[in-house]
Ligand binder design. Sequence first.
Ligand SMILES: [Zn+2]
Length: 442
Amino acid sequence: MFFVPEAPAQRTQFKPGWNKFSPQDDINLGKRAATDAEKQLPLCNAPKVDAYLTQLGTRLAQKLPTGGVQYPFEFHCVNDKAINAFALPGGYVFVNRGAIEAADNEAQLAAVMAHELSHVALRHGTNQATKALVAETGLGIFGAVFGDSAGGALLTTLGNFTAGGVLLRYSRTAESQADVMGTQVLYDAGYDPRGMAQFFEKLEAETKGKNPPEFFSDHPNPEHRVGRVDEEVDKLGGVPPNARRDSAEFEAIKREVLALPVVKKPSPGAAGAVSAPALPSRNFAEYQANAYTLKYPDNWKKYPGSNGDGASFAPEGGVVDDGTGHSGIAYGLIIGVAQAQGDPNDGKALNSATSQVIQDLQKSNPSMKVTRQGERLRLNGQPGLSTYLSNVSPSGGQETDWVVTVLRPQGLVYFVCVAPQSAYDNYDKTFSLILDSVRFSR
Ligand SMILES: [Zn+2]
C-alpha cells in the first residue's frame, strides 16, 4: 500500500479580471507613469533603503503568481510620512517612508509590499481602467475613446502620473483579493502571514478619532479585512513554525529611514490651482483621422485615439487633475464615436443617438445639465445637432460644454468643446473655426 500525501490546503484562487489591455500594455503604461512619479514625488534618495526594498520585493515577487508574465519589478522609497504605498501596473512599486516607519517588523512591511504586488499580478490597475473606459464615455480624458480603442489611446493620453490616478482607484473587491493573495505570497516567501492582518489592524487603529490614513484613500478598506486574512492563514495550514518575522537588516533600515530629512508636502489643492493656459493660437495645424480631417490651434497638443477616430486636443495646462487624482480636459476638444445606426438625414435617429450619448455623459458627470437643447446645424454639409451643457470644471467653478453630433457610417461622431464658463468667450471662436474645418471622408 502507499500513503496518499496529505492534500494541500485549499488556498483561494484568483484570476485577473476583465481587461482590454495586454500585460505588455501594463508594463508600458506603468513605466511611463513611474517615470513621471519619480519626477513628481519626493524620493528618499537613500540607496541602501532602495536596495533593501528591492531585495525584499524581489524575494516576494518570486512567489507571485503572475500567470507566466515577466514584470520588470522596481521598488522605490518615497520620502512621505503618510502610511502608504502604491504599485503601478507592470510592477513599479513605491513605498512611503511612513509605511516602513509604521511597520513593527519585516513581516509587516513585506505584507504591505505583497499586497501591492498582488495588485500588479491581478492587474487591478488596468482592469479598473478598462471598466472606466467603458462606463465613463463621459467628458474628461476618456471621452476621446470609445469601445474597442482602449490600449493605445489610454497609453497616449494617460501616460503620466497625474492621470495615473485612474490606475490606482481600486474597488473593495480588488483590495480584498490583494490582501488574500498577498497573504499567500507572504506564506510562500517564508514570512509570518499574520503580518498582513497585523498591519491592517494597526492602520485601522490609526483611524480612530483621526483622519483615515492615506492608504485607505487609494486602497478602500474592505469589510472584515482582518477576518478574511486570518481565514486564509488557516487555509494555508496556519503559521509555519519557522516563519520569518523580523531581521536585523529591517531594524537598521528603519533607523535609517527615521533619520531621513522630512520633506514638506505642498499644500492640498496646489495641484489643482493651475493657471489658465495660453490663448489658442490663430495658426492651425491639420489632424487626419480615418473618418474626418480637421484643423486645430497649433499650440494645442493632440491626443489621438488608437482606432483613429477618437481624439482629444488641449492646450498646455488644459488637462488638469480635479484634486481626486482624476484627470479631465478643462480646456479643449474631445472627439468620440458612439455606437449608433440610422440614416444620417433622419432627424429622429440623430436626436435619439444624441440623447443617448448625453445620458451616458451625465452618468459619469452627475452635475452635468443641458442648458440649450438640440439646435440643428450643418457640419461639412451634414445635418448635425448642437447642444450646450454646463458641468463642474476640473479646474474649479463651472464649465460650458458645447456638444455637436453628426450621424456617420461609423456611428454618432460627437465633438465636445470644453472651457470654463468664465473663459468660454475666449474659446468660442476657436471652437467654431475647428468645427468649420471638419471634413468627413466620403
Ligand atoms: Zn490595495
